[in-house]
Design a protein around this ligand. Structure first.
Ligand code: RIB
Length: 331
């Protein structure tokens, strides 16, 4: 009988077509780029980040027809990360077209393909209830996301939702089953605008950045999710828990090659940190911050996730600064 995973990631897997160009094109403009094909999808990226960090992880997702499914399964076997891929032969595998500019910033368009067909029945109940942490996103089938969160939450498993990409059909009622919500700034703004009782239709990035931390914490509390972490790219992340809030700064001075999947690296690294640090949120977030920092120093999404060895070396090097929480601001 195989041992059950500590972290189960249920979600999307894509084939990434990354077009690297000096500048993003303007509407109506054509630019010349270099094309690289890689492995992506927010769910799979998160599972790989978590598994490579040394925590027993399993990914559950859906793929379409073609030889790519075999390649992916072989990659997971090599990495010694568990994976269960439901084959949806009437759909192509999900595809992401990624534009990457000279500063390593990206723009992404996806065609979910088989991800949209991931069904509740594809996610074994025993895996959901046997894990310590279950992580999911909004890039595959929303009913399956809801089913995953509901079942895991009822079983007392820690549930993590990365609400990415934010969708117009996302129902905030789903948050009832979420222990830890990890949006990026854009997703957080969309969530704030979605909650009818908040009346903040004009809430935008400027308003978010201008907000005193205490007010941001109060806003986060309105979601009634025990822990809300807003990732803010190169700034760091804001953590709002019932009794406290804090800000963890990002690592500085790294050479940015490709930011694709940095949010996934944070979520995967955070989930691994939750297991490693026995549920301690701040430690887990610092772990996620380190995984995300290393991920942007390499090209690609899944392939850029740091290995255990790279992570250990980085954590040792930074042990006296950010990782020990020197730059944290706790309130
Ligand atoms: O978060 C980055 C990922 O988003 C890419 O790998 C792409 O596949 C899209 O899902």
């Amino acid at each position: 009988m195989p041992t059950s995973p500590q972290v189960l990631v249920v979600g999307s897997i894509m084939q990434d077509m990354t077009f690297a160009c000096a500048d993003f094109p303007q509407g109506g403009q054509t630019v010349i780029a270099r094309l690289a094909v890689g492995q992506g999808g927010k769910g799979s990226n998160q599972a790989i980040a978590c598994g490579r960090a040394g925590v027993r992880t399993m990914f559950v997702g859906a793929m379409g027809r073609g030889a790519y499914a075999g390649e992916v399964a072989a990659f997971y076997r090599r990495e010694k990360i568990g994976c269960r891929l439901a084959l949806k032969t009437d759909r192509p595998t999900g595809t992401a077209v990624i534009l990457l500019n000279g500063e390593g910033q990206n723009m992404i368009v996806i065609e979910p393909g088989a991800n949209a067909r991931l069904a509740p029945g594809d996610v074994p109940r025993a895996l959901l209830t046997g894990a310590k942490v279950v992580v999911t996103q909004l890039e595959s089938n929303l009913s399956t996301t809801a089913h995953t969160l509901r079942l895991a939450h009822r079983a007392g498993v820690t549930t993590v939702l990365n609400p990415a990409p934010m969708r117009h059909d996302f129902n905030p009622r789903l948050l009832r089953h979420v222990d830890i919500l990890i949006p990026n700034e854009g997703e957080f703004i969309a969530l704030v605008r979605k909650l009818p009782e908040i009346h903040r239709r004009n809430f935008d990035e400027r308003a978010l950045h201008a907000m005193p931390r205490e007010a941001l914490h109060a806003l986060c509390r309105l979601f009634k999710v025990p822990t809300l972490i807003v990732t803010m790219g190169s700034r760091g992340c804001f953590i709002s828990e019932k009794a406290r809030h804090m800000f963890i700064p990002a690592h500085r001075g790294l050479k940015v090659v490709d930011t694709t999947g940095a949010g996934d690296a944070f979520c995967g690294g955070f989930a691994a940190g939750l297991v490693r640090y026995k549920g301690r949120i701040a430690e887990a977030a610092r772990h996620g911050t380190a995984v995300a920092a290393l991920s942007i120093t390499k090209p690609g999404a899944a392939f850029a996730m740091p290995t255990r060895k790279e992570l250990k070396r980085f954590l040792r090097k930074t042990a006296t600064s950010q990782f020990r929480g020197k730059g944290d601001q706790v309130c």
